[in-house]
Design a protein around this ligand. Structure first.
Ligand SMILES: [Cu+2]
Length: 143
């Protein structure tokens, strides 16, 4: 039916708009995901900028591409790098940035539902304590 097509198109437009990298208050910069094989893990990196006057907490990240998505931190103990889950989320101070980068805080895509290859893109949702959830389309690439 024609109206269903129109609604589908509208939803697509809404998705396209919300997937742009900025709300003016929170800005997502240079997000990218590593390639990975089905059933294995991949990582998500990038920078979130908080342009508001308040601290914002990133509580969870979700993506349909992974069975589980966790915020992790790599810590070095006696020269050995280990990843720790950060279930409480991370705080982005006002007028400041928070970086997810290799060897530091990162977002772990655990048990990929399908393989991720360079050139693919994935949909990711970031959920915050104050702000509405933000949807992002993230490219898969080798940095
Ligand atoms: Cu990890």
């Amino acid at each position: 039916m024609r109206w269903q097509g129109a609604i589908g198109f509208l939803l697509l437009l809404l998705w396209a708009c919300s997937s742009s990298d900025s709300t003016g208050e929170l800005e997502f910069r240079n997000f990218w995901a590593t390639p990975g094989k089905k059933g294995f893990n991949a990582a998500l990196y990038g920078v979130i900028e908080n342009n508001t006057d308040f601290p914002e907490t990133l509580r969870t990240v979700t993506s349909t591409v992974a069975k589980v998505t966790e915020i992790h931190r790599t810590v070095h103990t006696d020269g050995i790098a280990m990843m720790q889950p950060v279930p409480e989320g991370v705080v982005i101070p006002p007028h400041s940035t928070f970086s997810f980068r290799p060897g530091d805080y990162h977002i772990m895509l655990i048990q990929l539902q399908h393989s991720l290859q360079v050139g693919d893109s994935i949909e990711v949702t970031f959920s915050f304590a104050r702000m509405a959830p933000q949807h992002l389309v993230v490219p898969v690439k080798w940095r």
